[in-house]
Design a protein around this ligand. Structure first.
Ligand code: ZN
Length: 440
């Protein structure tokens, strides 16, 4: 049995714009890790067996949710000498052994714990090898170790020669093959389905290939019908306007990355009869494109093709983000952690970048990375806000994030499902941070 906690004298940011930040509050967390009560510190009596933690002068808000990560890597960029193909080969032939898989899982666990200590209490992992993500999720659920809440997709679904194929994806070339691949992932215990509708920057061999359409509308529709039958959401990797159109028509629930929109696309995002909830949300990942696109190649060591594809994808994705804000399309927050230059510990960079590139303010962005993300991922009954009956997934900050989002870079305490981490420790990668600081 866990301890109950009383977090005393907090300044609470609820993660819900309708509720104003409150001062001098106490939050009671019961032994099951749920929020039992919230009230003014003077009014609330603390059960005698609860541990009291004084939060005076600090800020408490819901734990961060990262809606787009991969756990298999830490964001340290591949050097020029290691081509993606070589890396994929290595993953499949070296890691697909008993020892290899255990090495991989240890690394995934380390990345998940890094994210947790950086304030990310929920991660949606969208593409991993060998269903190690499913195992990791189950170990956390069984309390084998304290980790973030994980939602996992297992392998991508892709087409022959498509993004992530063959090592990171199950390949299907017709609606029925695609349906079968949904069933395979479901049988292996995934929480959601991740599909690749277009190519991607990491494995594109020429400029323009990243956004090239790969999956057909019929294949997307078959996947969505099969997943929705089980109440499961479909996330679509898409890096071009035509790709977004096909994905939306097919009925996906989230567009990952995204691209510039036209009128048909704006309408379909807001009202999509084929999506599970009747709309489709956008999860941009600006962090995945920005450094490779903007930093000099002598620093990033990426190829000319990667730089140019990053620039094309980033520019179009940013236009999509600005349109989503303008047309009030539901938008969440993801980073694509694991990709080159995207670490598991600096989701604040995504929020800061979004703030600079749109008219969104800190409270709106904080709501997106907590409450709105939980709604999009279908877990808002469990987490995403500080509310009675919800899981105690929260973070404590020394500085006010509403004044400066960079306050999120320095987490004082983290609680996930009532497990309190009093002194979170994140091992940062200095050489990566120094490069990123040049453009942040
Ligand atoms: Zn990704």
């Amino acid at each position: 049995m866990k301890t109950g906690y009383a977090l005393k004298n907090c300044q609470v940011i609820y993660g819900d714009m309708r509720k104003k930040a409150d001062t001098n509050m106490t939050i009671l967390i019961n032994e099951q890790g749920l929020i039992l009560d919230i009230g003014k510190s003077n009014d609330l009596s603390v059960p005698s067996n609860y541990e009291t933690v004084d939060i005076s002068g600090k800020y408490v808000m819901p734990g961060l949710i990262n809606a787009h990560v991969h756990l298999f890597a830490d964001g340290k960029p591949f050097s020029l000498s290691v081509r993606e193909g070589v890396l994929n080969f290595a993953y499949h032939h070296i890691l697909d052994t008993k020892i290899g898989r255990s090495v991989l899982k240890k690394r995934m666990k380390k990345n998940a714990i890094t994210a947790l200590h950086a304030g990310v209490t929920t991660m949606r992992s969208v593409g991993e090898f060998f269903y190690q993500d499913v195992q990791l999720r189950d170990e956390i659920k069984a309390n084998e170790f304290v980790g973030p809440n994980l939602l996992v997709s297992g392998y991508f679904l892709s087409v022959t020669g498509g993004h992530g194929a063959p090592y990171l994806a199950l390949v299907g070339d017709s609606p029925w093959e695609a349906r079968k691949n949904v069933r395979i992932n479901v049988k292996n215990g995934v929480d959601l389905i991740k599909i690749c509708v277009t190519g991607g920057v990491t494995d594109a061999k020429m400029v323009g290939e990243a956004g090239r359409l790969q999956m057909t509308e019929e294949e997307v529709a078959a996947i969505c019908k099969e997943a929705h039958k089980l109440g499961m959401l479909v996330a679509a990797h898409v890096e071009s306007t035509e790709g977004v159109r096909i994905a939306l028509r097919g009925g996906v629930d989230t567009i990952e990355h995204g691209a510039e929109m036209d009128e048909e696309i704006i309408t379909l995002y807001k009202k999509n009869p084929n999506a599970l909830k009747g709309y489709t949300a956008l999860i941009p990942t600006l962090q995945a494109g920005y450094p490779s696109a903007k930093l000099d190649r002598s620093l990033t060591k990426v190829s000319e093709t990667v730089k140019e594809n990053s620039r094309l994808v980033y520019d179009s994705m940013l236009k999509g983000v600005q349109q989503a804000v303008k047309y009030d399309i539901k938008m969440g927050i993801g980073t694509d952690a694991a990709m080159p230059f995207v670490t598991h510990y600096d989701i604040w960079r995504e929020l800061d970048h979004l703030m600079r590139q749109t008219n969104l303010n800190p409270i709106q962005l904080i709501e997106k990375v907590t409450k709105v993300n939980a709604e999009i991922l279908g877990i808002d009954d469990l987490t995403g806000t500080i509310e009675l009956g919800k899981q105690a997934d929260l973070i404590v900050l020394d500085q006010n994030p509403l004044d400066n989002l960079k306050a999120l870079a320095d987490i004082s305490m983290v609680m996930v499902k009532g497990n309190l981490i009093k002194a979170p420790a994140v091992k940062k990668m200095k050489e990566v941070d120094e490069l990123l600081d040049l453009v942040w």
